[in-house]
Design a protein. Structure first.
Length: 327
């Protein structure tokens, strides 16, 4: 059995908010001036600890939003996305005006979940990326209902893979009736090298993009046309018959009449975010969430360098601290 002292050491990164435990970008002049976005990273596979800081820098420097990025940390202060009970600086959520999520099956204790639930219940905009449809896997506690957060707020939970990772990439195709949706302003091509998810968003969702399973991993590869094996039930399914929703919005209703303006896309591997179109879609979603006029072609150029790791279950960079991701 762990000693009381050992348990305290494990909890230290979550009990106290220290500047060294998270990234803070001040923002400034621009449409986002005075608005605070908190980015919450924590997934074992798709390198949210790399992709979210890059998005935060874009939204801070180019658009004026104050941005804070939170991480799962080990007791030594290094980032470990496999530590699914940790969220250092969780009290930063108390001042969030919007959330951008890159989570997967987190098992946060109640003292962390309270910060998240309070932010959610304020009715703030929420941008959920890829595995955030299945953000939580709580076995007990006061917030177990948040295991269904994806379906109830973002519009969908985890269902299954529709295209296999590392074999079939994903291309975004404008959904029927969405061509003139402001969220697609300047977006153009959306392409990612992660596999497509099976999704069936809530009926009140507005579908923006459908996902085309690509027969390969390059943007020049065409659509897959042969049979694939469905992960959900093992049955054979011809690729792209049908395509699956890839990005959508919905207005999620809360008790007391409040709402969350929610955007979700099942793309977001750190390598997917090399797609300029995907970055612009996410930035547009932030503007939409705040009900700000969406730019005709938002600036999504990198701030500094961006060289993401390949996604995979054990590909996170060891020994990295939040401050190392500032540049």
């Amino acid at each position: 059995m762990p000693t009381r002292f050992a348990l305290l050491l494990l909890l230290l990164p979550t009990l106290h908010s220290r500047a060294a435990d998270f990234l803070a970008f001040p923002g400034g002049d621009g449409p986002g001036k005075g608005k605070h976005i908190v980015f919450v990273s924590g997934d074992e596979e798709y390198r949210s600890e790399e992709g979210l800081p890059m998005l935060a820098k874009i939204l801070s420097v180019h658009h004026g939003f104050r941005c804070t990025v939170l991480f799962a940390l080990d007791p030594d202060g290094t980032i470990n996305p496999r530590n699914n009970t940790s969220l250092a600086g969780a009290d930063q959520l108390d001042g969030a005006d919007a959330l951008v999520l890159g989570l997967r099956f987190r098992k946060y204790p109640d003292e962390i979940m309270k910060h998240f639930a309070d932010a959610h219940k304020r009715g703030i905009p929420i941008v959920g990326l890829r595995t955030s449809t299945h953000s939580f896997q709580l076995s007990g506690g006061s917030y177990k209902s948040y295991n269904n957060f994806g379906r109830e707020t973002l519009g969908e939970n985890w269902v299954s893979h529709w295209g296999s990772n590392h074999k079939y990439a994903t291309r975004g195709i404008v959904a029927e009736g969405a061509k003139d949706n402001k969220l697609l302003s300047g977006v153009g091509e959306v392409f990612g090298d992660s596999g497509l998810y099976e999704t069936h968003p809530q009926p009140d969702s507005t579908i923006l993009l459908m996902g085309e399973v690509v027969d390969g991993l390059k943007p020049t590869d065409g659509p897959a046309t042969h049979e694939l094996t469905r992960r959900s039930d093992g049955k054979k399914q011809k690729a792209n018959e049908p395509m699956m929703p890839l990005a959508w919005t919905r207005i999620a209703k809360l008790e007391g009449g409040k709402t969350n303006r929610a955007f979700c896309t099942t793309m977001r591997a750190a390598t997917d975010l090399k797609s300029e179109g995907l970055r612009r879609l996410i930035v547009n979603a932030v503007y939409w969430g705040f009900e700000l006029p969406i730019p005709a072609k938002a600036d999504v150029s990198y701030v500094g360098t961006y060289e993401p790791s390949e996604y995979g279950d054990r590909t996170h960079r060891k020994g990295v601290r939040p401050d190392d991701l500032k540049k």
